[in-house]
Design a protein around this ligand. Structure first.
Ligand SMILES: Nc1nc2c(c(=O)[nH]1)N[C@H]1C(S)=C(S)[C@@H](COP(=O)(O)OP(=O)(O)OC[C@H]3O[C@@H](n4cnc5c(=O)[nH]c(N)nc54)[C@H](O)[C@@H]3O)O[C@H]1N2
Ligand SMILES: Nc1nc2c(c(=O)[nH]1)N[C@H]1C(S)=C(S)[C@@H](COP(=O)(O)OP(=O)(O)OC[C@H]3O[C@@H](n4cnc5c(=O)[nH]c(N)nc54)[C@H](O)[C@@H]3O)O[C@H]1N2
Ligand SMILES: [Mo]
Length: 752
């Protein structure tokens, strides 16, 4: 509450702003703009968390950035501003165009902006145009944006998911025939074991802690695999229970906490599976009840024998070495797993952002399949999605993969020939930017240049893009690193009332459990000059495309329920009666076939998939003890590239984001000391020097050989080719680096 009070007053939001929060995540209220965690049908009075409240305050701030501001600051000057300072100056209010003569952004009329953007886009090869989407825009906006892209003639639609849960979208269809998680809140109430791999709910999906606390009170064990000891996975005190807060009653969360080495999950999970097999062998020998769910395996799965053979073949020494865990630790997990009947596997970026991201996810599913833990009450796989509508954007067509888009349906409904070739994903788009092959880059939200790897080269080449267009709420680095012609198109946020021709509009989004809910804006917009996201997308589309009577862009903007009708016509099985169901309390769930044990895989069954090796991250050579693995993670005071402040309360960090968490033994071995300032250099052999200085050596409870720094500060260290195989998600969690001590005068250390 103290943290929340501080941010509300910093944003100039009076008590009425706090009242806004009481409508957060409520039926007929607005859906949080922060994470994608599920929202219950019967919400708490305060159905929000510290970080959701921060995100709200950040959007409803009373601070404004208008033409006067831009007149006073050249873009070159703004380049030296920090991520925090750029966003903290407030909400963008006017459409702006870059003026090279004065090196400033100057005001432009909406009509002129659309006309000019349209004229430029029309003259370009559509295969060189990229339409990026960060995961926040509604289903309505996203559907229109994807349709615009396909009518323009491109599938170049990278999204933030490409940097996030793409390994999930690739792994799960192969394993269980569905691209999404299989659990709902009901499963959380019925599970008897939860296993966490690489997800940090305390910071990134704090409302989930209520589920964990309830589970703990029911005696449900929670097992965590994480290199760091994350505070909220150890113990929790619910701010929604006043008594607990006042009496300082903590609930312990994890019953087992395994500090796996970065990238060691395949080995750790293989060890667990190996012991499950051993327990089953023992049960058979004693003629007791089987540990494996043999009925499920026989009826519903494929590939078990090959999987079991591969698992048995790995010697314990190799599993211990690669995972950094003892055999006893892996056996302890297996023992609890073997006696649990409904198990949920929960994971986040700690599994996906690796070169082995796809295999990490599949190995987690393998473990669940051994005891039939998919498609029954209280069990399932739970990828925790990031942005509040990132999952939904994919559902309604934002994807570079033509096979995932309803192309035939679009042709039938709108009478045009959609492009059939594969478009660019995030890594593909970066490579084309680096090759100077992109002529226009449009961003529907987000801060692409700051979120992607290879920052230094990307920024250099970005400046050569002929046209960049940012549809945004706040100023960020991607506005100041811009193309030759550059536009800022400021939009209303989701919390704001969106009045169109037929009155105030509702928008919808999909949460991590494939549940669709409506969101009603409740605040006056930050400026009368703002347009809504659907109106901006329609404005650009109308200025670019020749008219198509089947797509009434203007009517759609006047009444978003017509866009929902169009979504329903495009996806009748998913979105039948869409408009009637928008305000159902608790929302409505899209069908996930695997929940019903209906397996849409080539084998018609759930597949056990054997990982190719125990560890395919760039393995640090044994002899080269100077190379450490770096993971880049989030602090409690940020939402992705949005930096609210310089503290990371749960990890005890104050006043800086340049913390480098290290094991004490590594600090000693490399002749460093706490507080030393070091530079990090990426240790790969591709001829490019990637180095970031200014990190503060900080002893922490993390395995030897592993280190942690914050994203996005460390992004310049990630090579563009260092990504998940088969899914292209940058391997932001395992970057091989060396350290160099820097001599920095003490006064340079002050931050905040
Ligand atoms: N407040 C807030 N909420 C957010 C966000 C935010 O920035 N701030 N971002 C949103 C977005 S887009 C996303 S994708 C999610 C991200 O939420 P998370 O998935 O929790 O992402 P990270 O903070 O990157 O941290 C991942 C966790 O994985 C652990 N980890 C790293 N490497 C490994 C490994 O090799 N193995 C294992 N087992 N663990 C590992 C780290 O220690 C860390 O605890 O949160 C969403 N919600
Ligand atoms: N090293 C490293 N890199 C990473 C990650 C990591 O863990 N480590 N994580 C990756 C992940 S999981 C993700 S999802 C990406 C995130 O990448 P992005 O989604 O591109 O980045 P964000 O920081 O979420 O975008 C913030 C900006 O969105 C705009 N914005 C906010 N609200 C709205 C709105 O309502 N509408 C519109 N139009 N704009 C809005 C604001 O201008 C704000 O500055 O980063 C990835 N990059
Ligand atoms: Mo994400």
């Amino acid at each position: 509450m103290r943290s929340l009070g501080a941010i509300l007053s910093k944003e100039g939001v009076p008590v009425s702003g706090a009242l806004v929060l009481t409508q957060q995540n409520k039926p007929k209220g607005f859906m949080c703009v922060s994470c994608a965690w599920m929202k219950p049908a019967e919400p708490h009075v305060f159905e929000y968390c510290e970080n959701g409240a921060k995100a709200t305050a950040w959007e409803i701030t009373t601070k404004r950035v208008g033409p006067d501001f831009f007149a006073k600051h050249t873009v070159t000057e703004l380049e030296s501003w920090s991520d925090h300072d750029l966003e903290a100056i407030g909400r963008l209010t006017h459409p702006m165009r870059y003026d090279a003569a004065s090196d400033t952004y100057v005001e432009v009329g909406w009509h002129e902006a659309f006309w000019d953007i349209g004229q430029q886009l029309r003259a370009m090869d559509p295969k060189k145009v990229v339409l990026y989407a960060s995961g926040r825009a509604s289903l309505e906006t996203s559907y229109m944006y994807a349709l615009f892209g396909r009518m323009l003639g491109t599938n170049n639609m990278p999204d933030s998911s490409n940097m996030c849960h793409e390994p999930t979208s690739v792994a799960l269809p192969q394993s269980i025939g569905a691209p999404k998680g299989t659990v709902t809140l009901e499963d959380f109430d019925n599970a008897d074991l939860m296993i966490f791999c690489g997800q940090n709910p305390g910071t990134n999906s704090p409302r989930m802690l209520n589920e964990l606390q309830k589970a703990h009170k029911r005696g449900v064990p929670i097992i965590t695999f994480n290199p760091l000891r994350e505070r909220a996975l150890e113990r929790f005190r619910s701010p929604q229970h006043v008594k607990e807060m006042l009496a300082s009653i903590d609930t312990p969360i994890s019953s087992q906490y395994h500090q796996v080495r970065i990238g060691g999950d395949v080995a750790a999970l293989t060890g667990v599976c190996k012991h499950v097999l051993a327990l089953d062998d023992a049960a058979q020998a004693a003629a007791g009840p089987r540990v494996l769910d043999t009925g499920f395996i026989a009826e519903h799965t494929h590939g078990f024998d090959a999987f079991a053979e591969a698992v048995r073949a790995h010697p314990w020494e190799a599993l211990e070495h690669q995972s950094g865990l003892s055999r006893g630790a892996m056996e302890a997990v297996a023992t609890v797993y073997a006696r649990s009947n409904a198990v949920i596997g929960i994971y986040g970026m700690g599994l996906t952002q690796h070169r082995t991201g796809v295999e990490n996810v599949q190995m987690f599913v393998n473990l669940l399949l051994m005891r039939g833990n998919i498609g029954k009450l209280g069990a399932g796989i739970c990828p925790v999605r990031g942005h509040s509508n990132v999952q939904g954007q994919r559902t309604v067509g934002i994807t570079e993969k033509p096979e995932l888009a309803p192309l035939d349906k679009l042709r039938e409904l709108y009478g045009f020939e959609p492009p059939r070739d594969k478009g660019l994903d995030t890594v593909g788009a970066c490579k084309q930017v680096l090759a100077d092959e992109v002529t226009a880059f449009v961003e529907l939200g987000g801060n692409f240049i700051r979120a992607v790897p290879e920052t230094v080269a990307m920024e250099q080449h970005w400046r050569d893009i002929p046209l960049t267009v940012m549809i945004s709420t706040k100023l960020n680095r991607n506005h100041v690193i811009h193309g030759k012609a550059a536009y800022i198109l400021p939009c209303r946020g989701r919390i704001e009332i969106d009045v169109q021709a037929t009155g105030p509009q509702v928008v919808t989004m999909e949460d991590t459990s494939a549940c669709i809910q409506g969101s009603h804006g409740i605040r006056e917009p930050a400026s009368e000059h703002l347009m809504s996201e659907p109106a901006i997308v329609a404005g650009i589309a109308q200025a670019t495309l020749s008219p198509n009577p089947a797509i009434p862009w203007t009517q759609w903007v006047g009444d978003y329920s017509l866009v929902r009708d169009a979504i329903e016509r495009t996806y009748p099985e998913l979105f039948h009666d869409f408009n009637q169901r928008v305000d159902e309390p608790g929302g409505f769930h899209l069908p996930i076939t695997a929940r019903k044990r209906d397996w849409h895989t080539p084998t018609g069954r759930a597949n056990f998939i054997v990982p190719r090796s125990l560890n395919e991250d760039i393995v640090v050579p044994e002899a080269d003890r100077d190379v450490l693995q770096l993971m880049t993670i989030r602090s409690n005071d940020q939402f992705n590239t949005t930096i609210y402040g310089y503290h990371d309360r749960f990890r005890g960090v104050r006043g800086t984001r340049m913390t480098l968490f290290m094991h004490l033994n590594d600090i000693d071995r490399l002749s460093l000391a706490e507080g030393d300032i070091v530079a990090l250099t990426t240790k790969v052999d591709d001829g490019v020097i990637r180095r970031v200085g200014g990190f503060i050596v900080t002893p922490y409870d993390i395995p030897e050989g592993c280190m942690s720094a914050y994203y996005p500060e460390a992004n310049p260290l990630i090579p563009i080719w260092h990504h998940a195989e088969g899914a292209d998600t940058p391997a932001a969690k395992s970057i091989p680096v060396t350290l160099q001590k820097m001599d920095v005068p003490a006064q340079h250390l002050a931050a905040d």
